[in-house]
Design a binder for this molecule. Structure first.
Ligand code: GLN
Length: 539
């Protein structure tokens, strides 16, 4: 059995309490104390991964270096811990069943009835332990998606119970994140929902070691004692998680509540040193004391749900702190944009970002937004579909290739400037078949991309099927839109820039996925810098 220590984080009362942020914050503190930590998430839905889910269902799909399409909480883990996650860090019920059923078909259980207990729970436990068994981590945090009491969470909760039993009391900690609602009319915080949620956990055989209580108001000593008494936890293990100005405050708030110390003392682990979080504090200082503001338009079709562009929003936050400015993101629904009304949406913006996406809806508005930024020399940043829109716009309006398009939007276009590569044409299944994960990119010296990265060889993450159609490359380059980044193995175009423009860059990859608090992404940092320059010029 692995030597790692395991922390299990469950949630109660309601979803959306920020389990991912609490897990990432705890991970950050333990890492800052010198422990090697990883965080994994187990999701109770049947999809093998969230890759086939509409962003309205589940927010952004976060992609790892090794090409896993995962839950957006993995983005928080990476942004907080500054280390990459992988296929192993996100497991769904669908994946668990898939593995078990494959083994059943292979005859691994010959003669036996395959059941939820023990076969499904065993498979869950194997996956709980997998990362710990690599020997790379001293502490593995496991976040269980959903709420205690949900039908679909039951096998996971049972697996946590068994894992705690197998690991022994000093090797496993159960943290339960819950809500303490405030009743305005009564002027009181209420503990009853938490008592019920803990009771539910107890029924499943799990006594939580620590309660993390989401609340809008500070927990009094009286409330803490009440929670301690009725939930069977020492009062020091009743941790307040008060609403914060920014998610990046949460590690410091958890530190103040001594969450990390409580966990280490349960593990009987010697403290290596106090958490080293100076750089984190420096980042927060800059984030909270901006010297100026800048407005950026984010043009996308899922703007009603901010989680759909989570990593982009966070990359802006990192770049804002780096530039000591406040970035005001104006979320614009691309479906509403037309040639006639675009001025109303983009006038006064110091930068325009056209977001990733799939399908035809909203595409013409995105193309109008590119045109506006190109013609008015507003800093422009296109990501994935955003780059593809920039290519289509340039083809139509500069190269005069009438009705140029991506074959994703119009299969019969006369000018397929964005097209499927041969290896994608035969793909029949949707799940996990895009160009996914990290690929090398060779950057041309003298380009803006080069001055941004400071290297000629970079690696960035992808999630798309369509690519720039290389047969048009010469025409684009002769007219001033240059491929400044290409894949060294396949020659695929990864970055395009317009020369005759203060800052116009499109990337086929998703730079936002690699921006972290301690390593803000250089493209976002430079984009904001360019926007600040633009803002000064138009003043
Ligand atoms: N729909 C486009 C493609 O599949 C772009 C995808 C994206 O923006 N992530 O190539």
């Amino acid at each position: 059995m692995s030597k790692a220590k395991y922390i299990f984080v469950t949630g109660g009362v309601t979803s959306s309490l920020g389990k991912g942020i609490v897990a990432a914050s705890l991970g950050k503190l333990l890492q800052a104390r010198g422990f090697s930590v990883t965080i994994q998430k187990f999701d109770p839905y049947i999809n093998i991964d969230p890759g086939t889910l509409n962003p309205y269902e589940h927010g952004e799909c976060y992609v790892t270096d090794d090409g896993a399409e995962t839950d957006l909480d993995l983005g928080h883990y990476e942004r907080f811990l500054n280390i990459p996650t992988s296929q192993e860090n996100n497991i769904t019920t669908g994946r668990i069943y898939h593995n078990v059923i494959q083994r059943e078909r292979a005859g691994d259980f010959l003669g036996k009835t395959v059941q939820v207990v023990p076969h499904i729970t065993d498979e869950i436990k194997n996956n709980f332990y997998k990362l710990g068994e690599t020997g790379k981590y001293e502490i593995v945090i496991t976040e269980i998606g959903g709420c205690v009491g949900d039908i679909e969470s039951l096998p996971f909760i049972e697996a946590v119970r068994q894992a705690r039993f197998e690991l022994g009391p000093n090797n496993a900690v159960a943290i339960h994140l819950t809500l303490i609602p405030y009743l305005k009319a009564a002027g009181e915080l209420k503990t009853k929902p938490t008592q019920h949620s803990v009771k539910e956990l107890l029924e499943a055989g799990i006594q939580p070691d620590v309660l993390v209580c989401r609340t809008e108001h500070s927990l009094s000593h009286e409330i803490r004692s009440k929670l301690a008494l009725f939930c069977n936890v020492p009062i020091a293990n009743v941790i307040e998680s008060i609403d914060a100005d920014t998610i990046y405050d949460v590690p410091l708030l958890m530190r103040k509540e001594k969450l990390d110390e409580r966990v280490l003392s349960k593990f009987k682990l010697k403290h290596k040193h106090e958490p080293k979080i100076d750089l984190w504090k420096e980042f927060l200082g800059k984030l909270k004391n901006p010297t100026r503001e800048v407005s950026i338009a984010l043009v996308g079709k899922y703007v009603e749900l901010k989680d759909a562009y989570k990593s982009i929003a966070e990359a802006f936050t990192h770049a804002a702190a780096e530039n000591e400015c406040k970035v005001n993101v104006k979320w614009i629904q691309s479906e509403e944009i037309t040639a006639e009304n675009i001025d109303r949406y983009l006038k006064g913006m110091s930068g325009v970002l056209v977001a990733p996406g799939f399908g035809e809806r909203g595409i013409e508005g995105k193309i109008e937004a590119v045109k506006y930024a190109r013609e008015n020399k507003i800093p422009f940043f296109g990501i994935c579909l955003g780059l593809q829109c920039a290519v289509i716009e340039f083809a139509r309006n500069v190269l005069h290739l009438e009705n140029a398009n991506s074959t994703e939007m119009n299969k019969d276009t006369d000018h397929p400037v964005i097209d499927l590569m041969e290896d994608q044409k035969s793909v029949k299944n949707y799940g996990g078949t895009m160009r996914l994960g990290a690929y090398d990119c060779q950057i041309k010296k003298g380009s803006k991309a080069y001055s941004t990265y400071g290297h000629t060889r970079i690696q960035e993450r992808h999630r798309h099927r369509y690519e720039f159609n290389d047969s048009y490359r010469t025409r684009f380059e002769e007219a001033g839109m240059i491929a400044t980044g290409t894949n060294p193995d396949t020659g695929l175009v990864e970055i395009m820039e317009i020369n005759d423009h203060p800052w116009f860059i499109g990337t086929q990859y998703h730079p936002e996925l690699k921006s972290t608090v301690l390593n803000p992404h250089p493209l976002f940092v430079r984009f904001i810098k360019a926007a600040l320059v633009h803002q000064n010029e138009v003043k």
